[in-house]
Design a protein around this ligand. Structure first.
Ligand code: SAH
Ligand code: SF4
Ligand code: F3S
Length: 503
């Protein structure tokens, strides 16, 4: 059983034959019908050289702003929204307050994420009153929940456009409708009828890029809203992923992060090609120096995958293995599909093949009916694995998930206390692990100036640790070596002892 989990992965829940379409071809057809054609600057313009955005807004230099909550998949979606806005002729507005279009890309995973976004929507009512020409759109995971749409319909009429995760590639048409229609424009698709390729992206600066490899999630953990908000699992074709990675390498990107809610189930709907095969093939792309991936599901993490990561130095030795809980009973209630022993066996494989790998996790405390004994098992597991870092959460009921309907006698104060105790243990472990690196020299990718102090640069180790180093002129976006001089719980401090040129 253990071996079959580790070697073959879980069987697919269902196979979907989802057609693949080209964003470019589809959008060009739509635009041509409106009299717009791509110009040499990449912007859709009409015969009078006016951009699509200029015609929509009636202003010569329209701007747009997209704000994001949630995970890396939402960040990547926002890059696609910005890429589309750019092709329409909107310039990027950094602050947002003066933008002609504001899009809020929301997250629904916990109550707090939803509240933040709803709070921001409420706050923007004033701006919309001051600037009635502002077009306010809300999209992302929160709008995939019918209760949010109902709420926005009733209580937020200042929101002009509501769309979801499955039709974000339709932005040119959605904006046209939102400008044209008096009533709120609402368009949510429960599922993605097709996989859309060659979406434009306006990526953040630097040499790191996100690459989606699989959309949706079929795991249906009983606490989780993501299968509702992101729909059924569908893998991109390996050729499309590899072509994108090659293009990125050609544009100077050096690190790619392969994205999915469960990257380890990549290929279940494709036949005889899995995540390990994809890692092996991405590692062959010249110019790509580091490969990361997120998020992993322990149930689908096969021994072949661990072996492939160990065999390819391009794949960073960082394993994010969300365990959620240390009690078998609660893991069953959560529908995680692995036992504590199976999880620890996977950790054992990682430690055996890559003894210096960083291992991180996600943990939920206060799941309905979690006892003190269940929680103690989580603490024990955390002690046993010795995570480099952990994202810890208090269980948050999400409407429409099975667990939200279950009786939950655990008082909020007890849940909060468990979270505090877990955090105390993890913080101490993270600090100890960081302290062990003092004096070592780490390979790093140097990012940019730190937010607090421009004289300090941030850099990331292969294990995804943050290292703060004094600025070295021209070091940004290069690989280098950092000597670690000091450790804190979340960060390392150090100095650059080498900066590679032309990385
Ligand atoms: N696909 C990823 C998880 C995405 S959500 C995975 O399976 O690992 C990120 C994390 O949020 C989850 O790992 C879980 O720890 C947490 N989470 C999800 N739903 C939650 C809920 N209802 N309450 C509290 N935490 C939750
Ligand atoms: Fe949510 Fe579970 Fe899917 Fe992760 S694997 S996104 S926790 S349902
Ligand atoms: Fe949030 Fe949606 Fe990601 S719910 S965590 S933005 S998939």
């Amino acid at each position: 059983m253990v071996n079959s989990m580790l070697q073959k992965g879980a069987p697919p829940m269902q196979r979907l034959e989802i057609p693949v379409i080209s964003y470019h071809a589809r959008t060009a057809t739509f635009m041509a019908a409106q009299g717009f054609y791509p110009s040499p600057d990449g912007i859709y313009r009409d015969a009078a050289a006016r951009s699509y955005a200029t015609v929509l807004t009636g202003t010569p230099h329209p701007t747009a702003h997209a704000r994001t909550w949630g995970c890396q998949m939402n960040e990547a979606d926002s890059e696609n929204l910005r890429g589309q806005l750019q092709q329409m002729g909107y310039a990027d507005s950094a602050s947002g307050e003066d933008a002609d279009v504001i899009l809020l890309n929301t997250c629904a995973v916990r109550g707090t994420a939803a509240e933040h976004a709803l709070g921001e929507i409420g706050r923007l009512k004033q701006l919309k009153t001051e600037r009635p020409d502002l077009l306010l759109g809300v999209c992302g995971c929160l709008t995939q929940m019918p209760e949010t749409v109902e709420y926005l319909r009733r209580h937020a009429p200042h929101v002009d456009l509501i769309f979801g995760t499955n039709n974000l590639h339709d932005l040119p048409g959605l904006l046209q409708r939102a400008y044209r229609d008096e009533a709120q424009t609402i368009d949510i698709w429960a599922q993605a009828p097709e996989t859309v390729e060659d979406l434009p992206a306006r990526r953040g600066g630097g040499v790191k890029a996100w690459v989606n490899i699989i959309y949706g999630c079929d795991k249906f953990c009983t606490y989780c809203i993501v299968p509702t908000t992101r729909g059924r699992e569908r893998s991109r074709r390996p050729g499309d992923v590899l072509a994108e990675v090659e293009r990125l390498a050609g544009e100077g990107y050096r690190e790619v992060t392969l994205l999915g809610q469960n990257v380890n189930s990549y290929g279940h709907d494709l036949g005889d090609y899995d995540f390990a095969d994809l890692l092996r093939d991405v590692a062959q792309v010249p110019g790509i120096r580091w490969i990361r991936y997120t998020t992993s599901h322990p149930r689908d993490f096969t021994l072949k995958m661990v072996q492939t990561i160990s065999d390819h130095s391009q794949v960073c030795e960082h394993f994010h293995l969300p365990v959620q809980c240390g009690s078998d009973k609660v893991l069953r209630w959560m529908n995680r599909g692995y036992s504590r022993a199976q999880y620890l066996e996977l950790v054992g494989h990682v430690r055996r093949l890559l003894p210096h790998a960083a291992i991180t996790t996600d943990i939920i405390v206060g799941f309905p009916r979690e006892t003190e004994d269940d929680f103690q098992q989580t603490l024990e597991l955390v002690r046993e694995v010795g995570y480099d870092n952990a994202f810890t959460f208090q269980y948050s009921p999400r409407a429409g998930t099975p667990a939200a309907r279950w009786e939950d006698p655990v008082p909020p104060g007890v849940k909060k206390d468990r979270l505090d105790r877990l955090n105390a243990l993890q913080y101490a472990t993270s600090r100890r692990k960081n302290e062990a690196l003092v004096g070592s020299t780490q390979e790093v990718l140097i990012e940019g100036g730190s937010r607090k102090d421009p004289e300090v640069l941030t850099a990331r180790t292969r294990g995804n640790r943050l290292v703060l180093v004094p600025r070295v002129l021209g070091a940004e976006n290069h690989f280098g070596l950092a000597r670690v001089t000091e450790a804190q719980t979340w960060t390392l401090h150090g100095e650059l002892v080498r900066v590679e040129q032309g990385a």
